[in-house]
Design a protein around this ligand. Sequence first.
Ligand SMILES: NC(=O)c1ccc[n+]([C@@H]2O[C@H](COP(=O)([O-])OP(=O)(O)OC[C@H]3O[C@@H](n4cnc5c(N)ncnc54)[C@H](OP(=O)(O)O)[C@@H]3O)[C@@H](O)[C@H]2O)c1
Length: 308
Amino acid sequence: MKLQLPEQIRFLANERAPQKTTDASLDGRICVVTGANSGVGLEAAKHLARGGAQVVMVCRDPKKAEAARAAVKELAAAPVEVVIADLARLAEVREAAATLLATYPRIHVLVNNAGLHSTSRTTTADGLETVFAVNHLASFLLTRLLLERLKESAPARIIQVNSQGHRFNGLDVDDVNWERRHYTGLRGYGASKTAQLLTVWELAEQLEGTGVTINAMHPGSVHSGIGRNNGPLYRWFKQQVIDRTLLDPEISGRAIYWLAAAPELASTSGRFFNLTREERPARHALDRDLGKRVFSLSEELTGLAADP
Ligand SMILES: NC(=O)c1ccc[n+]([C@@H]2O[C@H](COP(=O)([O-])OP(=O)(O)OC[C@H]3O[C@@H](n4cnc5c(N)ncnc54)[C@H](OP(=O)(O)O)[C@@H]3O)[C@@H](O)[C@H]2O)c1
């Protein structure tokens, strides 16, 4: 008899299981990747470029962006371009969306990858808890602002780079800014990723019949720059302990390519993948009533509710 791991920890085995790949080309497709200068995002940009796509890298630091663009360009036949935006600022998310809409008459793939993990609570210029603002609200706002263009470009795919960290939970819709509770890095991260997942199910339903799909994925536990914003003790622990268990982020890029290009996923939407293996998210991230509340709260906090 084959021993099955309990549902809650099956993801640990999935990550090291064989993954799916595709030879399908992305020739002529325009793919936008946020946080594309490092780790998972850079690997995704490389894979998409190698697969023929025209890649647009949304990054916040012009110098890092240019170095990454040059590395991606070496693999690309199509143009590789950069849009600069600090996604912790809602106004800059809007500016980035406006630039993308003005520059690209078609957008076929949107990879919302930019994200961070912070051991302490900080706030953005908009007064929002930073991890929630970048990991969830920025990706929600960018997706919504590009949605009509994605529909016009259909078939199109949205990929939310989420995390098994959603299993840490921490989401309280009445306190997304962590003003009334003690903040911890894991719970703050878990809250942001849970909020993003909950809105994926809502968006998938709204997008039915449009030719635009939206899926979420865990990119593997891989080497990247995540956590470098934290203090020396955390960085030491990450380097000495966590990093020893991590995999090469190339697997993340390959999985994102599969999600962006595989023909067998043409109509798959509203799912969560561990790399390329479909998985059941934690129960709290499947609560559709909570999802509807998070969705309207996100519309309010991003200013979408007030948009004409
Ligand atoms: N690595 C893992 O094991 C792992 C596991 C699960 C999920 N993830 C998810 O994978 C995604 C990518 O993370 P990573 O591990 O590749 O980390 P990373 O190497 O630190 O990359 C994060 C990217 O996001 C960008 N970013 C962060 N804050 C930003 C902001 N305010 N505005 C614009 N860009 C911003 C970073 O830009 P800068 O370089 O300018 O900081 C960087 O390009 C995240 O969503 C993360 O939660 C990673």
